[in-house]
Design a protein around this ligand. Structure first.
Ligand SMILES: [Zn+2]
Length: 236
């Protein structure tokens, strides 16, 4: 009778448990990555919006400045009504001309800046589109991950029960085997490996002395690799 077989069966279950535990650990990380990517896309949209708002603010500033100058011109024109001397009138006209040139230059700056607005608006629209599209994708993916995590947890529960039953059976027939397996399991994986036909341990790839090969021959007892301590068996 192959006394190692129950340990091999237990190891199969433990292998599945390890896989599922790894998946359960990975899922929150994958979710975090997706959400971080979405946060990046959202940040790009915020930047585009801020650039547009800053430009609109600059244009408003230029327009307000032009309006102030125009206001001053209106004041000067009203004041002209009470000017008596030619010289004063000359000065007032020159001053108004200067201010009107300033106002025009300021208005031209506002117009030049306004030409940038469609480009900035387009960037905002594109960034918004990307946010909307990515949000849909990320939400869908995150929902899939959540569903998978629930599945993994259910599978794990079932496997842990199965494992407990298998371990219990071995502890009744061969408690020493189980103890040895459990201790090795915390240090190396897999624990139970074949001794191949060249007499080499399939865990650490070290050639075993002849007596080990003889002991393993019929899988009648627990035989450990002299190098790594893994449990050896022969694939008969
Ligand atoms: Zn070994």
């Amino acid at each position: 009778m192959n006394v190692i077989q129950p340990l091999i069966d237990l190891q199969d279950t433990d292998g599945q448990i390890r896989e599922l535990e790894r998946e359960a650990r990975d899922i929150p990380q994958r979710k975090a990555q997706e959400n971080a990517r979405l946060a990046g896309v959202n940040a790009s949209l915020e930047i585009a919006k801020n650039q547009l708002a800053a430009m609109q603010q600059r244009i408003k500033g230029e327009e307000a400045e032009a309006e102030q100058i125009r206001e001053k011109v209106r004041g000067l024109k009203t004041a002209q009504l009470s000017i008596k001397s030619n010289k004063e009138m000359q000065q007032s006209i020159m001053q108004i001309e200067g201010l009107e040139r300033d106002a025009e230059a300021t208005e031209n700056r506002a117009l030049a800046l306004a030409e940038e607005i469609p480009t900035l608006e387009k960037r905002v629209a594109e960034a918004q589109e990307k946010v909307d599209a990515d949000k849909g994708v990320v939400d869908g993916y995150v929902a899939e991950l959540d569903a998978r995590l629930a599945e993994v947890k259910a599978e794990l529960d079932a496997l842990l029960k199965e494992r407990a039953e298998k371990a219990n059976a071995i502890s009744k027939s061969n408690p020493r085997f189980l103890l040895y397996y459990e201790r090795q399991r915390t240090k190396r994986w897999p624990v139970v490996v074949t001794l191949n036909h060249d007499g080499v341990c399939d865990g650490c790839h070290m050639k075993q002395p002849p007596f080990v090969e003889q002991l393993v021959q019929h899988n009648k007892d627990l035989v450990a690799c002299t190098m790594c301590g893994r449990i050896l068996y022969r694939d008969l």
